[in-house]
Design a protein around this ligand. Structure first.
Ligand SMILES: N[C@@H](CCC(=O)N[C@@H](CS)C(=O)NCC(=O)O)C(=O)O
Length: 222
């Protein structure tokens, strides 16, 4: 198999999706972190959107977009994580898009400059989480017993939500019992636990603080 190099930013939830897939499949890869505030020149040359993740596949190609990268990984390395049934697979792809929209809301929430904007983002995210809670019944994973690419897409979101909610209440966990149980099942997996840097919480909170938004002032001191 060709060498795989994942180009990453330490806190990126989209990169984390691929790290989880790679670790779950026990596929060897290297991880190259870049600073997105000061990206190296080579990154601009190979990243069409100027975004991570990128997956370098030997000397053959540089793949971009987390959903595409994970589909490639799933087509080339066992075990198969996408469902076999085409309808289920299509639904999984659609919910992966939904997870990306939730991540966008969460990001906006972390950088909201004032309370009004913060509240707006909290409401938008809350509405999506309610939708997710009502539409799905993960038991224990998105598709039941079998861990899937949809789980790799939601795990980074659920991980950040729990961390932030412990620091500054954003929602009432009692209203999201299915998401809570799903999160517990995901966080128990080594592939998920080992998908972030060892000092993730500190680096994540420091990053939010460095953005100086409303949430920054409400996080506990490091
Ligand atoms: N749709 C992309 C989103 C990736 C994304 O937003 N990555 C962020 C980091 S978490 C990024 O590279 N941002 C840099 C920028 O927007 O300039 C994917 O799924 O891969």
């Amino acid at each position: 198999m060709e060498q795989l190099e994942l180009v990453s930013f330490k806190l990126c939830p989209f990169v984390q999706r691929s790290v989880i897939a790679l670790r779950y499949k026990a596929v060897p890869f290297t991880l190259t972190h870049i600073d997105l505030d000061h990206p190296p020149a080579w990154f601009g040359e190979i990243s069409p959107f100027g975004k991570v993740p990128l997956l370098k596949v030997g000397d053959r190609a540089v793949l971009f977009e987390s959903a595409v990268i994970n589909e490639y990984l799933d087509e080339t390395t066992p075990p198969r994580l996408h469902p076999e049934d085409p309808v289920q697979r299509a639904l999984n792809r659609a919910w992966i898009e939904f997870a990306s929209a939730c991540l966008a809301d969460l990001y906006q929430l972390t950088v909201a400059p004032d309370q009004a904007r913060f509240e707006e983002c909290r409401q938008a995210l809350g509405a999506k989480l309610r939708r997710l809670e009502q539409s799905l019944d993960p038991a224990p994973y998105f598709n039941g017993d079998r861990f899937s690419l949809a789980d790799t897409a939601f795990a980074p979101l659920l991980m950040r939500l729990e961390l932030l909610n412990q620091a500054q209440p954003l929602y009432d966990p009692a209203q999201f019992p299915r998401l809570e149980a799903w999160n517990d099942a995901l966080m128990a997996l080594p592939a998920v636990k080992e998908s972030v840097i060892h000092d993730f919480v500190k680096v994540y909170f420091d990053h939010i603080r460095s953005r100086g938004g409303y949430l920054a002032a409400h996080l506990p001191q490091a």
